[in-house]
Write a protein that binds this ligand. Sequence first.
Ligand code: UD1
Ligand code: UDP
Length: 366
Amino acid sequence: MKVMLIMGNRPHFIKCAPLVKEISKEPDISLVLVHTGQHYDWEMSGTFLKEFGLTAVDYNCEVGSGTHGVQTGRMLEKLDPILLTEKPDVVLVPGDTNTTLAGALAAYKFHIPTGHIEAGMREYIWRPEEMNKLVADHCSDYLFCPIKRAADSLRAENIPDSRIYFTGDITYDMFLQSKEKVQAGSDGLDRLNLPPDFFLLTMHRAETVDHQNEVSEIVEALIEIDHSIVYPIHPRAKKFLMRFGLYSKLNRVRNIKLIDPVGYFDFINLLLKSKMVLTDSSGVLKEAFYALKPCVTLDYTTEYKEIFDLGYNILAGHKKDRILESVQEMSGKIFAPVVDNPFGDGTASKKIISILQQTNPKYPAT
Ligand code: UD1
Ligand code: UDP
């Protein structure tokens, strides 16, 4: 069986790594690795490919940045000839980004069996990612759900049960495998000269950083938090914070340490050492849960209601007072592992490969 994995951005590389590892153990599966080039800076792409051993990318479409339509259109144009040349038996796409949409749509149009990893997640609001994942799900023959509720959402959209699989969340596989490695290895963070007992911040979503009023309030809150904060800053956030004159403002605050984005293993190390996490990232808020760290989410909605219902995280939105109250509320909290983890048992990648082997998808006969 020939499997094509289509990836293109930071969270994708992290979600693909455990699958590539599983595939490498299976002599009956050959892998074609495609990078759309949505993320391209060393800190957003190269560093992950290197640390996960994904350097043997077969195709890089090098689409770069652009408006949604331009970026997605370029991907579709580049993916068509790759699909026609490689004739994969199945195409796999993770997540909810423009790369996810383009990968699933391109494969669907050629009637190639398609699998969506992280299927069925819905927020029922307007967001580019909401439509990306909805379309990817409806293009797919294999819907690999990270939590059980996702399967219910798919059934409510009339997707047949025969296509729906609960596998658990692939980021949990990656977290468990990496936690061991990070804890066993030497400390790569010495170079960062970290303050003790810091809070870890990530913030990059368009809904958060592209809007001056929203992000200004968050910055005001960060400045008032009486605690060291380490912020590996995503290039999108840096661009908008600079445009709004907020980057230099943050940089001048003694308790806030702005750093370049770090690789995954360093990030997990930062997370494990932190006292609390503040984030608008759906990936990072799950990792905070896996690491049993109190978390404050800088957003108004979430795909992962389970974590919030359990009390491990607070949806604080973008208003200063609410953020400060939420940080206060979460300070010093210590959490026990949950008995029935909604994200599964850390074997999503194994399950996905085994489902493919059992069902044996085929490139369509001409
Ligand atoms: C994308 C995803 C978002 C995901 C995030 C993960 C979509 C619609 N959005 O958002 O869901 O949470 O990735 O990080 O797919 N840039 C660089 N260097 C890079 C990449 C981007 O400087 O290597 C800058 C460019 O100015 C670019 C901007 O970041 O215009 C946004 O990049 P883009 O890939 O369009 O979206 P993200 O905000 O990264
Ligand atoms: N991450 C990383 N380095 C950083 C910040 C985040 O490796 O400096 C990882 C983090 O561990 C998580 C993923 O990036 O697995 C989340 O990606 P991002 O926040 O860009 O996107 P989202 O998950 O919100 O789509």
